[in-house]
Design a protein around this ligand. Structure first.
Ligand SMILES: NC(=O)c1ccc[n+]([C@@H]2O[C@H](COP(=O)([O-])OP(=O)(O)OC[C@H]3O[C@@H](n4cnc5c(N)ncnc54)[C@H](OP(=O)(O)O)[C@@H]3O)[C@@H](O)[C@H]2O)c1
Length: 309
C-alpha cells in the first residue's frame, strides 16, 4: 500500500511514519511541513496527490497550538479548515482513503461523563471550530474516511524544542516549578498508540461480509457497516486532570512532585473545556482496539525517551 503522511515532522506524524514503515511492502511518502508542501495551496496539494496516487492519506498537518490559533484565526482556518478541505478534495479525486486527525476541542467540555462520537459538537475556541468545520468538509466530500477525535497527545517525537514531556522533565530536574491546570480533565494519550490504531484501521481487511458484522455488532449511526468508515474517539483509557498528569510524569521521571503546582485553565487566549475525556467503546467494538491506560502508556513513553527514574 502507498501512504502519504502530512505533518510528518510533528509529534503524531513522525510516529505514524515509523509505524507504517515497519510494515513490509508499504511505501510511505512523508510531507514533513509547509516547506515541502503547503496544504493551504489547493493546486499544489491536488497535483501532488494526483502524481502519487496514494491508497490512503494520514492528514496530521495542522496549527495545533490553541492559543496561537486564537491570536491568528486566519492562519488557523487556512491550515486546519481550508488545508483539510484541500486534502479531502485531492483524496476524492484519487479515490484514496483519508484519515483526518480531529480533536477533543470540538466539544465544549460541559458534560460530566466521557464524550462519545454521538455527542454534539460545540467548540469553545478557534482551533476547535476549525476542526469541527473541517470534519464536515471531509464527510461531505468523501465516502472513504476516518475522522479520529484525539485528546491531548504526548510522545517522544516531533520538532526539537517543542516536546512537552522533555521540556517539563527538564524544568523539574533543574528545580523549576511547573504549573498545570487542576480544573481541566482529559484522557492524555500516547501518540505512538494513536499511530498504531491508525495503522490497524487502515489495513483491516474488508472480507465482503462487512467489518462490523465480523465483530458481531450493529453499526453505529454514522459508521459504514461494510468498512467501519466514520468518526471515532481514539484515546488511552482513563481520565485525569492536567495537574495530576504532570504529577504522574514527575513521579515516573524521579522528580519532586512538590514542584508541580495546581493552576487553572482560565486566563489563556483560547478557552478550554472543563472535561473532554473520551469514551472509545466504538473503536474497541469495531476494530477490537482497546488502548491501554494512560499511566502505562506514559511509563513506556518515558522509558523510550530515556527519562525514567
Ligand atoms: N498534540 C496534541 O496534543 C493534539 C491534540 C489533539 C489533536 N491533535 C491533532 O493531531 C494532529 C497532529 O498534531 P501534532 O501534535 O503532531 O502537531 P505538531 O507537532 O504541531 O506538527 C504539526 C505538523 O503540521 C505541519 N504543518 C503546519 N502547517 C502546515 C501547512 N500549512 N502545510 C503543511 N504542513 C503544515 C508542521 O510542519 P511545519 O510547521 O514545519 O510546516 C508539522 O509537521 C493535528 O491535526 C492536531 O491538530 C494534536
Amino acid at each position: 500500500m502507498r501512504a502519504v503522511v502530512t505533518g510528518a515532522r510533528g509529534l503524531l506524524g513522525e510516529e505514524v511514519v515509523d509505524w507504517l514503515e515497519g510494515n513490509e511492502g508499504d511505501q510511505v511518502i512523508r510531507l514533513r511541513g509547509r516547506d515541502e508542501l503547503d496544504i493551504a495551496d489547493t493546486q499544489a496539494v491536488v497535483s501532488f496527490m494526483r502524481r502519487v496516487k496514494p491508497d490512503f492519506i494520514v492528514h496530521c498537518a495542522a496549527e495545533r497550538d490553541m492559543d496561537a490559533a486564537e491570536c491568528n484565526p486566519r492562519n488557523a482556518y487556512m491550515v486546519n479548515y481550508f488545508g483539510t478541505w484541500n486534502v479531502a478534495l485531492a483524496a476524492g479525486l484519487c479515490d484514496s482513503l483519508m484519515v483526518f486527525i480531529s480533536s477533543e476541542a470540538v466539544y465544549d467540555g460541559k458534560k460530566d461523563t466521557m464524550y462519545t462520537e454521538d455527542d454534539p459538537k460545540n467548540p469553545l475556541n478557534v482551533y476547535g471550530r476549525s476542526k469541527a468545520m473541517a470534519e464536515e468538509e471531509v464527510k461531505s466530500l468523501l465516502d472513504k474516511y476516518f475522522i479520529l477525535r484525539v485528546p491531548i497527545l504526548f510522545g517522544g517525537k516531533g520538532r526539537t524544542g517543542d516536546n512537552r514531556i522533555l521540556n517539563t522533565v527538564s524544568a523539574l530536574r533543574s528545580g523549576e516549578c511547573v504549573t498545570a491546570p487542576a480544573d481541566q480533565w482529559t484522557s492524555p494519550t500516547y501518540a505512538r498508540d494513536v499511530a498504531m490504531a491508525i495503522g490497524r484501521m487502515t489495513r483491516t481487511p474488508d472480507d465482503g461480509h462487512g467489518l462490523l458484522a465480523c465483530h458481531g455488532v450493529a453499526p453505529r449511526r454514522g459508521a459504514s457497516p461494510e468498512t467501519g468508515y466514520g468518526v471515532y474517539a481514539v484515546a488511552n483509557k482513563g481520565k485525569t486532570s492536567r495537574y495530576e498528569f504532570v504529577c504522574k510524569l514527575a513521579e515516573l521521571a524521579g522528580c519532586k512532585r512538590s514542584y508541580v503546582r495546581p493552576g487553572s485553565r482560565e486566563g489563556k487566549p483560547a478557552r478550554r473545556g472543563r472535561n473532554t475525556a473520551l469514551d472509545c467503546a466504538c473503536l474497541e467494538r469495531t476494530f477490537g482496539l482497546d488502548l491501554r491506560p494512560w499511566e502505562d502508556a506514559l511509563s513506556e513513553c518515558l522509558k523510550s525517551m530515556g527519562l525514567s527514574s
